[in-house]
Design a protein. Structure first.
Length: 205
């Protein structure tokens, strides 16, 4: 998809405003400038940031619309996917977005770009910290499902939702888990990769 087509999808299918698109454009350009020196994203995806990273992250808003307000914890935020994209989308709503990232360089990038975009986010170093607790966990290129579920069980004390961007082997990885009765899940299709899946866990306490 061309950039203009992706922006149309963001606006018409997902509800991103003109203000949000302008901030995503600033984010896009700032990221590519940083990537000249630091490996925040793969060099192979630099020409496809809008589709491979921004739209891929943005599609998660489809599964958060039942929340009028929430705290969102992006585990392994990296260059801010999906956390910054979600923070931009929910900027005018009572959402508290936490970006959890252990890399010092990536945390500096996150601090600078969120300041530049005037986003109200919290940057946390450790995914195993109680500070990372939230109503919604989102993950993209983080750890294996087993470890994500472990964090969910040990850190998140209240009912929550886990939304994970996964590849075509999502079901096979789920089948390796020993899920407790309070964990239920569904698989949704990705807008950006036909064979990829989005796993949505509902966790009751």
């Amino acid at each position: 998809m061309k950039e203009i087509e992706i922006i149309e999808s963001l606006q018409n299918k997902l509800g991103f405003t003109n203000k949000a698109i302008k901030k995503l454009t600033v984010f896009h350009d700032y990221l590519l400038n940083w990537n000249k020196k630091y490996n925040l994203i793969s060099k192979n995806t630099e020409n496809h940031v809008w589709s491979r990273h921004i739209l891929d992250s943005a599609q998660l808003v489809r599964f958060i619309k039942d929340f009028r307000s929430a705290s969102i914890s992006d585990l392994g935020s990296g260059a801010g996917f999906p956390g910054i994209v979600l923070a931009i989308f929910y900027e005018d709503n009572p959402f508290h977005v936490k970006l959890v990232e252990k890399s010092p360089i990536k945390r500096i990038f996150l601090e600078q770009i969120t300041s530049k975009l005037a986003l109200n986010v919290q940057i946390i170093e450790n995914a195993y910290s109680n500070k990372a607790s939230a109503d919604i966990i989102v993950c993209r290129a983080f750890k294996k499902l087993k470890e994500i579920i472990k964090i969910s069980r040990e850190i998140y004390e209240k009912p929550h939702k886990i939304i994970i961007l996964k590849g075509k082997d999502a079901q096979a990885e789920i089948n390796t888990l020993s899920l407790q009765k309070n964990y239920s899940y569904s698989l949704e299709s990705s807008m950006t990769e036909p064979k990829s899946k989005i796993i949505i866990f509902q966790v009751k306490k």
